[in-house]
Design a protein around this ligand. Structure first.
Ligand SMILES: *Cc1c(COP(=O)(O)O)cnc(C)c1O
Length: 306
């Protein structure tokens, strides 16, 4: 039994493409808790439960916290999610809706996370949003599904926050014999911790996050993502918030699915027919999903985005 579902792999005829190109979309936005995160988090939660965990603790007010809450409910394990005051009412609602205990504490994620860590006792498992090898193993299952479908991508486009998705997709490519299939790693400006780290040749910490793509807002990527970037063919791109938002809007029209700007970043590269994609025939987009976006929120962002 897995907690994630097998998602559709759809070919888009609506997204712009060059002659002879095929654009494939792995529809992770259709995962029940709204994003790919349930793959890795569901896998990790199941293993932690087998190893005796009796409670799951998370400090993410975003898709990771929602995935932990969803996993706990399905496994019959109580969940505590500690989030900062800045967490939106919508995210709080979604966490409560999964019957998790929600604790609001502190003005930043750091403070919420400190409280979460201080609560950890015997029988508790802490679920990190991106920096855990179990998460990467779980995320890799999306590439297993692509391989099983018979589609062979020439490049994979995905969004990068803390780098968990990146590590998982590369693990999936490698375990399916696709070690030479390049990854195009996309961030928004203001959340570009991978891009800046690659440019400077060392893992940097952003002073803050200034992008609306909050799910990409890790001030520092996990170490493994830089290790992966040096071992696997990878191109790092940065798009603006406005480009990511515009891609969300177009995607809503084209494929009737509302995704958040973190996912729009990947779509923006396709909509721009970015030259990084020029040489590939079969391009796989990871439509990673996200529940922070609502139609109204999208319009508010439009009014304010740079
Ligand atoms: C978490 C998340 C990301 C970024 O994933 P990382 O593993 O942190 O790099 C991108 N998009 C969505 C919708 C997410 O929930």
């Amino acid at each position: 039994m897995t907690l994630h579902i097998q998602t559709p792999l759809l070919e888009s005829r609506a997204l712009p493409r060059r002659d002879g190109q095929h654009i494939w979309m792995k529809m992770e936005a259709l995962q029940p808790p709204g994003s790919f995160k349930i793959r890795g988090i569901g896998y990790a939660c199941q293993l932690y439960q087998q190893r005796g965990a009796r409670r799951f603790i998370s400090s993410s007010g975003g898709n990771a916290g929602i995935a932990v809450a969803y996993a706990g409910r399905h496994l019959g394990v109580p969940v505590v999610v500690v989030v900062p005051e800045s967490t939106t009412e919508r995210a709080r609602q979604l966490i409560r809706q999964e019957s998790a205990e929600l604790i609001v504490h502190g003005s930043s994620w750091q403070e919420a996370n400190e409280l979460a860590q201080s609560m950890l006792g015997e029988g508790d498992a802490f679920l990190h949003p991106f920096d855990d090898p179990l998460l990467w193993q779980g995320h890799a299952s999306m590439i297993d599904e692509v391989a099983a479908s018979g589609v062979q991508p020439d490049a994979v486009v995905l969004s990068v926050g803390g780098g968990g998705l990146l590590c998982g997709v590369i693990e999936g490519l490698q375990r399916n014999g696709w070690s030479s299939v390049p990854v195009v790693a996309v961030e928004t400006r203001g959340a570009d911790s991978l891009h800046q780290s690659l440019q400077q040749g060392e893992r940097i910490t952003l002073p803050g996050i200034s992008s609306i793509a909050t799910s990409l807002g890790a001030r520092q990527v996990c170490e493994q993502s830089l290790a992966m970037a040096s071992r696997h063919p990878l191109q790092s791109l940065v798009v603006t918030d406005r480009q990511a938002l515009h891609a969300c809007e177009r995607f809503l029209d084209d494929h009737r699915l509302l995704v958040e700007p973190a996912c729009g970043a990947t779509l923006a590269v396709a909509y721009a027919q970015h030259e990084a994609l020029a040489g590939y025939r079969n391009i796989l987009l990871i439509v990673c999903g996200g529940v922070t976006a609502s139609y109204q929120q999208l319009q508010q962002w439009q009014a304010s985005a740079q």
